[in-house]
Design a protein around this ligand. Structure first.
Ligand code: PEP
Ligand code: MG
Length: 875
């Protein structure tokens, strides 16, 4: 006989697939001896069977459920429908992966016209009993039988109005009795069916409803957004009810073992005294911060704190725990790994590590690329922000900063996004139906609800900026309007939302890129311990270099000096250089250029703060710098004091059919050694001056691009070294420097041994190497590569992921040849593909010293290298 049902005492946390996350954790907590209300789980396999067989529970399942109910009765001393001690249960969904609020829940199941009386008598609180019963009728009607919840709510609103009351808790037992009978009438009127009085019928129907809710629209949307398979199904957990709404020594709450927004250690959460189940997360009443529980119910707070610590140690992760206190007795209803922001993820993992709950290897392996990426959230420009006054403040639920147009419904938000607008979703509170609207928004703002409300939890999980519980805001959905005192937010009003402070501003505040995070420094120190291969930055402007350093670069691997000539006056000087007719003219321009280049290099060395810096000598594809047409020739002629014909003739002379394979790299150094000599002098002079001023040890790394041949390299190196030595000797200076080459031409790989006799280092330029090994032009390749990707000929774009079979094989040859001659040869990789995780999987197996990439890719690259190193050492 197939097993469809497991008691909590029979399962464990490893059975998430079968019992769902919630069921597996309830079983685990039961095993740990924690105060979990007794219960059992109907498996995900039962759900799949139910869905596959025309939405029918089979007889075997029903029989096993009935058997488990009997065991529950034995354990609790309560039975379904009993006139002395009736058993009441909750019925909750729980799939393998947490899908908060996406599927259905029914509470207080087991109540009927008779047991409600028993509950009233036993609790000596008829008001409580009838409130419970009406909740069951309401939830059951909504979830199981599809009666619109607003119909139920309308009855309560009408009654309050008639009685002149404002809040639900002012309603008396008689009021709730009246509501119960009105609800029962509503059943008959809307679905022509009575509320089922037999608890076991209630239970079968509720289980079916939860199974069915796996396929409701919002659950499907959630799975699509979060990449969760549709084939998993949900389990159903049936658990003895405990009541948080039993009076002043009862309550219910949600607690995170650490702050899910910031990662700060210490309990974080909310609770409500005298409330049931969903009241806290629904955001209907404003809950109290968890720390206040220490005053309201000190013993229970202390017990909760101890359990939180135990669960966190046991699961080795921050937990999100639901609890209920029934007349002074604490129960744990659920625990799961808490959702958190990316910033909090990093802090929590680092703290768990320093508290020795996880080891270094686990720390490295548990951080995901997306956590790092999202931890680099934008914020507002501080100077401008300081001058602005927020018109509204709420709870800072999910950090980051966002600017966009206000929309008041998920549909309007989705449509605006499709029109290309940036959207801020403004709601009274959000519900699972809003999920699509949240996903397309830059920020979510709500007027109600606390830090654990739906909007807060979902936005945080998705890494979307969010401010919730803005009490001064009134949202009128029908009129598409929000008011804050006299101020109005209308559809399309531009707002700036600061999810880190909870402040909201009218109009646009410019966003600033991330500059520094403490956690990153610590992480880099750890990653560094595991990976032999280091990460440098491809950067040449002081701003980019500084960003590279902030993000953990161990140095600059590639400073492209031709990028220093894109600015207008520089471009003109550069054009003057390449259009010069005589050596004398060229030397004149070079004298001017040396001044600016030297200043460039000084800025670079200062920004690099003493870290290794590889400066590449000019590698200009000439077509990027020549005048493009007659009118540009005319303009250049005017600016340089030449005739149009002179400029035109020279430009025509220099034009190439295939500039990417033309007069590039050290071809320029062979033809005009004085250009590279000028650059080398500027590099060395700048290094000497900055080293003296800042007390750094600087060993300039001068990189010659595009080498084909050892003789060619030796010749250019000779010219460069002559200039450097002349300067050093003349000034009686001693300076260590290195001269190396890019390896980016196939022939250079084969003759790498010969080149290595003259070179101090190699740096693979995989952009050009890929172009030449595959015979696909860098500039024209996308069309071809896309076609090849579509046709399945290529698995990846070789310009993004290093082509192991071709380019990779060449690199191996070059490394072997180079190292044979010069074992101390420093070897790096600086093409764009170097930082891709798939490339790193390959590069980490090679005998190289560093990879170099754009600043924002550095943390990910360093982490992937550390993971790869750990995986290798585990083999
Ligand atoms: C390369 O070719 O990989 C490289 C880094 O140089 P560039 O992109 O400047 O040609
Ligand atoms: Mg190149």
């Amino acid at each position: 006989m197939k097993r469809w049902v497991y008691l909590f005492s029979e399962g464990s946390k490893e059975q998430r697939g079968l019992l769902g996350g919630k069921g597996a954790n309830l079983a685990e907590m039961t095993k740990l001896g924690l105060p979990v209300p007794t219960g059992f789980t109907v498996t995900t396999e039962a759900c799949l069977d139910y869905l596959a067989h025309h939405n029918q529970l089979n007889a075997e399942m029903k029989q096993q459920v009935a058997q488990a109910v009997a065991t529950l009765a034995e354990k609790t001393g309560k039975t379904f429908g009993d006139h002395k001690n009736p058993l009441l249960v909750s019925v909750r969904s729980g799939s393998k992966f947490s899908m908060p609020g996406m599927m259905d829940t029914v509470l207080n199941l087991g109540l009927n016209d008779e047991t409600v009386e028993v509950l009233a008598k036993n609790s000596q609180n008829p008001r409580f009993a009838y409130d419970c019963y009406r909740r069951l009728l309401q939830m059951f009607g909504d979830v199981v039988l599809g009666i619109d919840n607003s119909k139920f709510e309308a009855r309560i609103t009408a009654l309050k109005k008639a009685a002149g009351l404002k809040y639900d808790n002012e309603l008396t037992a008689d009021h709730w009795k009246r509501i119960v009978s009105e609800y029962k009438e509503l059943y008959v009127k809307t679905i022509h069916r009575e509320f089922p009085q037999d608890p076991i019928d209630q239970l079968y129907l509720a289980i079916e409803a939860v199974f069915g809710s796996w396929n409701n629209q919002r659950a499907k949307t959630y799975r699509r957004i979060h990449n969760i398979s549709d084939d998993l199904g949900t389990a159903v957990n049936i658990q003895e009810m405990v009541f948080g709404n039993f009076g002043e020594t009862s309550g219910t709450g949600v607690v995170f073992t650490r702050n899910p927004s910031t990662g700060e250690a210490g309990l974080f959460g909310e609770y409500l005294i005298n409330a049931q189940g969903e009241d806290v997360v629904a955001g209907v009443r404003t809950p109290k911060p968890i720390k206040v529980l220490a005053e309201d119910l000190p013993d229970q707070y202390a017990q909760l704190k101890a359990i939180c610590e135990k669960l966190e140690r046991h699961y080795r992760d921050m937990q999100d725990i639901e609890f209920t206190i029934e007349r002074g007795k604490l129960f744990i209803l659920q625990t799961r790994n808490g959702k958190r922001t990316a910033k909090a993820t990093l802090k929590i993992l680092l703290d768990l590590y320093s508290e020795q709950i996880i080891d270094e290897e686990e720390l490295v392996n548990r951080i995901e690329a997306k956590d790092l990426e999202a931890s680099l959230h934008p914020s507002f420009d501080e100077k401008i922000l300081a001058k602005r006054v927020p018109f509204l403040t709420g709870l800072a639920a999910s950090p980051g900063a966002a600017v966009g147009a206000a929309y008041f419904s998920a549909e309007a938000a989705t449509e605006a996004k499709a029109r290309g607008e940036h959207v801020i979703l403004v709601r009274e509170e959000t519900s699972p139906e809003d999920i699509e609207g949240i996903a397309v928004s830059e920020a979510v703002v709500t007027s109600r609800g606390g830090m654990t409300s739906h909007a807060a939890v979902v936005a945080r999980g998705m890494g979307i900026c969010s401010v919730v519980g803005c009490e001064a805001l009134t949202v009128v959905n029908e009129e598409k309007i929000g008011t804050v005192g006299k101020e109005k937010i209308e559809e399309g009003t531009i707002l700036s939302v600061d999810g880190s402070t909870g402040k909201i501003y009218f109009g646009e505040i410019p966003l600033e890129e991330v500059t520094s995070t403490v956690a990153l420094d610590e992480l880099h120190a750890i990653w560094d311990r595991h990976s032999q291969i280091k990460v440098r930055a491809n950067a040449e402007t002081p701003k980019d270099i500084a960003m590279g350093m902030t993000l953990g670069a161990t140095g600059i691997g590639l400073a492209r000096t031709e990028h220093m000539f894109f600015e207008k006056t520089r471009l003109l000087q550069f054009r003057q250089l390449i259009l010069a007719d005589t050596l004398a003219e060229r030397l004149q321009v070079l004298k001017e250029l040396k001044k600016v280049q030297k200043q460039d290099f000084k800025f670079m060395y200062q920004a690099a703060a003493g870290k290794a810096t590889t400066v590449r000598l000019l590698d200009p594809p000439l077509h990027e710098f020549l005048p493009k047409n007659d009118s540009e020739c005319r303009e250049v002629a005017k600016e340089l004091g030449k005739t149009f014909n002179e400029v035109k003739r020279k430009t025509d002379n220099l034009a190439e059919t295939n500039p990417m394979l033309g007069f590039r790299g050290l071809r320029l150094g062979v033809a005009y050694p004085e250009i590279y000599q000028m650059q080398a002098e500027a590099i060395v002079e700048a290094a000497v001056e900055v080293a003296q001023a800042e007390n750094y040890v600087i060993t300039p790394e001068i990189m010659i691009p595009f080498t084909i041949d050892a003789n060619e390299f030796a010749r250019v190196r000779g010219a460069v070294e002559e200039a450097v030595q002349t300067y050093l000797t003349k000034n009686e200076l001693i300076l260590n420097y290195q001269i190396g080459t890019m390896i980016e031409i196939p022939r250079a790989c084969f003759v790498a041994g010969e080149i290595a006799q003259h070179a101090d280092f190699f740096s693979f330029g995989t952009n050009d190497l890929t172009q030449m090994v595959l015979g696909l032009s860098r500039d024209d390749s996308p069309r071809i590569v896309n076609q090849y990707l579509d046709a399945g000929i290529f698995a990846d774009d070789p310009f993004q992921v290093i082509d192991e079979a071709g380019v990779g094989a060449m690199m191996k040859i070059a490394i072997k040849n180079g190292r044979k001659v010069n074992p101390a040869l420093k070897i790096g990789v600086c093409g764009e593909a170097a930082a891709h995780p798939k490339s790193i999987a390959f590069l980490s197996q090679l005998d190289i010293n560093y990879i170099s990439c754009s600043p924002f890719r550095i943390p990910q690259a360093q982490m992937t290298l550390a993971k790869a190193a750990l995986a290798t050492s585990a083999k």
